[in-house]
Design a protein around this ligand. Structure first.
Ligand code: C2E
Ligand code: MG
Ligand code: MG
Ligand code: MG
Length: 282
């Protein structure tokens, strides 16, 4: 009887006092169905080369078009997917959707650019991941170089050798690999220099502080110089202001992403952007 009462109280708490928790429960219950039922959509944010403002790639960012809640952002469901084991399915859906997009551009006669896929630490721990990747590429008739992977430092925690083996296989297939949110974790360039990483993505928090804090500016410049000496490219994330863009360009940053250039856009808008080829700051 006491168990029942306890459960009753918990339900009361969830639904009455914490509607956000209730929404979390509902999303967790519905996620599998959402993946299978094509409720996920990708938006694409351009990466712009600072030298000539050319669009050099897109990043795929997943959203959930929920029948009741509207468009839901990944901050609200990626962690759920990682917790309940659905991240592999979600991740595979994203990869197939990116392959489909790359194939569609080619069919439309557009010059394609690589699409970057965010992968979670759990996906990189799956030794079958490279094989599945190869299968998808073949199914959709796209090259490994049409996709790019964005991993985070959380992929590089112990046991690191497993992730490194998977990464080396993917790199061996011809995929480029970027390290996302660089600077927010504890890894240093000297630690990652032996990994197959082509690009570091400078976290938005550095970009935010570039003009307000001289130390942040110096730090950004030093990271860019060091990365270049280690033969890595640097992409700045979350650029919102013209000042930031100017600073980054002067500091030798290779490319940038951010609202000042473009927000993430639905698939149909990528065609116009690719035809245009160039993206100037707003
Ligand atoms: P991320 O990979 O670091 O992606 C950048 C995030 O910053 C995106 O948020 C993007 O919309 C946002 N952003 C871009 N430019 C600006 C800007 O100028 N200012 C500000 N304030 N924000 C900007 P989003 O789409 O909500 O994604 C959040 C995170 O969710 C991503 O961070 C990534 O870690 C994760 N994620 C997104 N899609 C996937 C996916 O398909 N699989 C996995 N595993 N994770 C994903
Ligand atoms: Mg990313
Ligand atoms: Mg990032
Ligand atoms: Mg970030």
């Amino acid at each position: 009887a006491s168990k029942r009462a306890g459960r009753g109280r918990a339900t009361y708490y969830d639904t009455q006092l914490n509607p956000a928790d209730d929404r979390g429960w509902q999303l967790e219950r519905e996620l599998a169905q959402a993946i299978a039922g094509e409720q996920l959509v990708l938006h694409f944010q351009p990466k712009v080369r600072l030298e000539d403002c050319r669009i050099e790639g897109f990043e795929a960012l997943v959203r959930w078009q929920h029948p009741a809640f509207g468009l839901i952002y990944p901050g609200e469901f990626i962690a759920l997917a990682e917790k309940n084991g659905l991240i592999a399915e979600l991740g595979d859906w994203v990869i197939r959707a990116c392959c489909q997009q790359a194939a569609a551009w080619r069919q439309q006669g557009l010059d394609t650019v690589p699409i970057a896929v965010n992968v979670s630490a759990l996906q990189l721990r799956d030794t079958a991941f490279p094989t599945r990747m190869a299968t998808y590429l073949q199914q959709y008739g796209v090259r490994a170089s049409d996709l790019e992977l964005e991993i985070t430092e959380s992929c590089l925690v112990e046991p690191v050798d497993l992730a490194v083996r998977v990464l080396n296989q993917l790199e061996g297939m011809g995929m480029r690999i970027g390290l996302d949110d660089f600077g927010t974790g504890f890894s240093s360039l000297s630690q990652i220099r032996h990994l197959p990483i082509d690009t570091i993505k400078l976290d938005r928090s550095f970009v935010d502080d570039i003009r307000s804090s001289p130390e942040a500016g110096v730090l950004v410049t030093s990271i860019i110089t060091l990365a270049h000496n280690l033969k890595m490219r640097v992409v700045a994330e979350g650029v919102e202001l013209r000042d930031q863009l100017v600073y980054l360009k002067t500091a030798g940053c290779d490319a940038a992403q951010g609202y000042i250039l473009s927000r993430p856009v639905p698939a149909q808008e990528t065609q116009r952007l690719l035809r245009q080829g160039i993206l100037e700051p707003a």
